[in-house]
Write a protein of this length. Structure first.
Length: 263
């Protein structure tokens, strides 16, 4: 397998990123709505509905309201969704139906430039969505600053991790309908079992160990700590995991896409 140092990625990948940005700007008014409305809907549902039943809970020795517990997880899930679905469904459409990848590779851009630009763009969408959600959730007083601002560089790292594995799946699925498999078998279990809606301490010990395999678990923990104003040494483990995850799946994604596109 080619390592990242062996891949011929040049600064021209920014042209791919720029192209996607221009397309995004044309429909930004519609694209802006999901990250703006999503936290409002969740906070209304959980803050008014479920929070009244749950009351407060204890998380790592601190008692807090349920809505304060879940708000950071919503941001982390948004980081995952924006990058993962951008480099799966959206990238597949550009590659297979619109033939955008073929057109770009007919220019001086290399395949590595194209794939890198796609993954970086997916991470950029995670940062944009995080910025919007921070603004919305901050109106409810659920984000501690200035530590909360660190969720923006974290969104970039999380976006790289999930954008890379999303592109990896794009390189192996035969048709767009088959994305249902990684969504059902990869994204959905993480969404439910990564400490998003309930503290992992409430789960059986074996499932806590399984949850540590999921990148979303580390992303949720880091986001929650930052939003609560905590900077703990254990955060380095989560950061290290996400960096390692990205370093593994980025070159894997390029390799799979090369096999798919270069015949």
């Amino acid at each position: 397998m080619k390592g990242m140092s062996e891949m011929s990625v040049s600064r021209r990948f920014l042209r791919v990123w720029q192209r996607n940005l221009k397309v995004y700007q044309k429909g930004w008014k519609v694209i802006f709505l999901p990250p703006f409305l999503e936290p409002l809907f969740y906070l209304l549902a959980f803050g008014i509905g479920l929070s009244g039943l749950v009351g407060s809970l204890r998380y790592q020795g601190t008692e807090m309201s349920y809505v304060r517990f879940i708000a950071p997880a919503l941001i982390a899930v948004s980081m995952m969704n924006n990058s993962f679905f951008e480099t799966t469904y959206a990238s597949f459409v550009r590659m297979y139906y619109q033939k955008t990848f073929d057109a770009m590779m007919a220019t001086p851009l290399s395949l590595e430039d194209v794939i890198t630009g796609e993954i970086i763009w997916g991470a950029t969408k995670s940062v944009i969505a995080t910025l919007i959600m921070l603004a919305v959730i901050s109106c409810f007083g659920l984000i501690h600053y200035p530590e909360g601002l660190l969720t923006l560089p974290l969104a970039l790292l999380g976006g790289l991790a999930f954008g890379s594995i999303g592109m990896f799946f794009t390189g192996i699925v035969k048709n767009i309908e088959m994305f249902n498999l990684p969504v059902f078998l990869f994204v959905t279990p993480m969404f439910l079992l990564s400490g998003t809606f309930f503290p992992l301490e409430n789960f059986p010990r074996w499932s806590q160990h399984v949850a540590l395999i999921f990148p979303l678990t580390h992303l949720v923990n880091l986001t929650r700590d930052l939003c609560l104003g905590r900077l703990r040494p254990t955060a380095l483990w989560g950061l290290g995991y996400l960096v390692l995850f990205s370093l593994i799946f980025f070159p894997l994604a390029v390799r799979k896409m090369r096999r798919r596109l270069i015949k």
